[in-house]
Design a protein around this ligand. Structure first.
Ligand code: AMP
Length: 511
């Protein structure tokens, strides 16, 4: 089944239900959204002559046209390649060439930088900018009917964040996306037609994947006028639009929580805040629950199994009377309904509860493989199981606690040290805003623990005392580096590879 059938259905059952908002302003209802997608589909197939399965890229800052472009692509039986608009145009060009995209939609803010690069990408026949006369022409094309796609046909080519090396194209099929959407209802949140989703994070990624659940239920899609994450704007939208759900990275949630707490705003306009994509530390979750109430749900996923490995439900987060509540809120929750999750040793042998190993998952949301990269696919999917590259442990109740990416584990004097455990302790210091812990090669110990700290007012001696209070002596950082900010990639993930480069440049203050 073509994923765009979700839009066909909502346009039939709820034609006048408001669909797309720019800020508080409703632009299109469901009937209009589907009609525009059918015209875009008609243009791509009949005017440009694209064949089913060809790739069409979107390099767009969040804008009200984003959804109609995506659905136009699927409507025509084509494959969408949404590229993070925060990438450098050259990084975008790499992705377009790798995907052999036939056509590009680029938002006006990026058009001037991007257009000169397109000559060097022979596959790209045309580029369009929403708001331009060319784009308006597309919407005058004769609409076509929804093109049939098999469930295992490719729908979305999603490029990984590539914290090292080139990004890889994750092949997500219509089946993957439908399964992920089903899990949203069973494991994240029910949706009603009056609900709204606000795209405060890039539509090209996790936030955009949640469009499907909201299209299926004919809910409202709100694109903030800023096109991104602005805490004051979000809070204002929550009050005026209401029943607002969103997906946000932990750093965004932290900023939103601080704003709501600082301004004394009533969070009642928010329905659900789904966080994930990176670790959220216990201190931050507690504060978020205190300030926002029972509005939080955590998910753990990765491009290869988007948004859909485990979830920690609103009820589990709220259950403060549970004897293991603290452990649970530090976990990423339990397997989502349509996937199996296990923790194994390096040979794939399941480990007993409590033991740390690699996290494997399998089920319908797991990607079909990496685009044009059978070697990487064979390394990552073995016997039907996706090897996530994340380390963690399962408890007897099925709760998964993530440790770190396997490559980030520090081995010091033969013992494994999980950076996250040390980071959690350092964050207890009131002056520490952000922290990242990495290993540095050491002739005596193999590796030693080094902490990078953001926040003025904490010194190495205080932090060392805090560690002595909470964790084994051998896990304590041997060095502290104080920074103004942690280096992050365009997805907000801390670049530990960049931090390791500090070793050459800076000696740090020894504890
Ligand atoms: P990406 O494919 O770029 O979305 O990155 C996925 C990776 O982010 C996962 O493999 C995890 O290492 C990390 N991640 C995702 N969700 C969570 C979460 N809820 N808590 C901690 N780390 C997470």
């Amino acid at each position: 089944m073509n994923i765009a059938q979700l839009l066909v259905r909502s346009a039939t059952v709820y034609p006048t239900q408001p669909a797309v908002f720019f800020g508080e302003r409703c632009l299109f209802d469901y009937r209009t959204l589907a009609a525009r997608a059918a015209c875009i589909g008609g243009y791509l197939r009949n005017t440009l002559g694209l064949a089913p399965g060809e790739r069409v890229a979107a390099f767009m800052t969040n804008c009200p046209e984003y959804l109609e472009v995506l659905y136009g692509i699927w409507w025509a039986g084509l494959v969408a390649v949404p590229v993070n608009a925060k990438l450098h145009p050259r990084e975008m060009a790499y992705i377009l060439a790798n995907a052999e995209a036939s056509c590009l939609f680029v938002s006006a803010d990026h058009a001037a930088d991007v257009m000169p690069l397109l000559d060097a990408i022979p596959s790209v026949k045309r580029a369009f900018t929403p708001g331009s006369a060319d784009y308006a022409n597309i919407l005058k094309a004769a609409p076509i009917g929804l093109q049939h796609r098999a469930a295992d046909d490719l729908a979305w080519l999603f490029y990984t964040s590539g914290t090292t090396g080139h990004p890889k194209g994750v092949m997500q099929t219509h089946r993957n996306l439908l399964a992920m959407t089903t899990c949203y209802f069973s494991d994240v949140d029910p949706v009603d037609p009056g609900d709204a989703i606000v795209y405060a994070a890039p539509i090209s990624h996790g936030a955009g994947l949640y469009n499907f659940a909201h299209v299926l239920k004919a809910a409202r899609h709100v694109v903030p006028e800023s096109g991104g994450f602005d805490t004051a704007e979000l809070v204002a939208l929550s009050a005026r639009v209401g029943r607002l759900s969103m997906f946000a990275a932990p750093t965004m949630v932290k900023r939103l929580v601080e704003h709501v707490a600082g301004s004394g705003t009533d969070p009642a306009g928010f329905k659900t805040i789904v966080y994930g994509g990176g670790p959220m530390y216990v201190e931050d979750i507690r504060q978020a629950l205190d300030v926002m109430g029972n509005r939080l749900v955590q998910i753990y996923g990765q491009g290869e199994c988007p948004m859909c490995i485990t979830s920690l439900s609103r009820e589990q987060l709220a259950d403060r009377s549970h004897p293991r509540w603290l452990e649970r809120i530090a976990s990423v929750g339990v397997a989502q309904s349509l996937v199996e999750v296990c923790v194994t040793d390096t040979d794939g042998k399941p480990l007993p509860h409590g033991e740390t190993g690699e996290i494997l998952t399998r089920g319908d949301p797991v990607m079909a493989g990496y685009w044009h990269n059978p070697e990487a696919t064979a390394k990552t999917i073995r016997d039907g199981w996706l090897w996530t590259g994340d380390l963690g442990s399962l408890d007897a109740d099925g709760f998964l606690t993530l440790k770190d990416r396997s490559k980030d584990v520090i081995i010091s004097g033969g013992s494994n040290i999980y950076p996250r455990e040390v980071e959690e302790v350092l964050l207890k210091h009131p002056a520490v805003r952000e922290v990242s812990v990495v290993g540095r090669a050491d002739p005596e110990w193999g590796e030693v623990v080094v902490a990078f700290v953001v926040g003025s007012g904490a010194d190495a001696a205080q932090l060392d005392a805090l560690c002595l209070e909470h964790i084994a002596r051998f896990k304590r950082p041997k060095e502290y580096h104080f920074l103004d900010a942690l280096p992050k990639n365009n997805y907000g993930k801390v670049l530990k590879t960049e931090l390791r480069k500090h070793f050459q440049a800076n000696q740090g203050s020894k504890s």
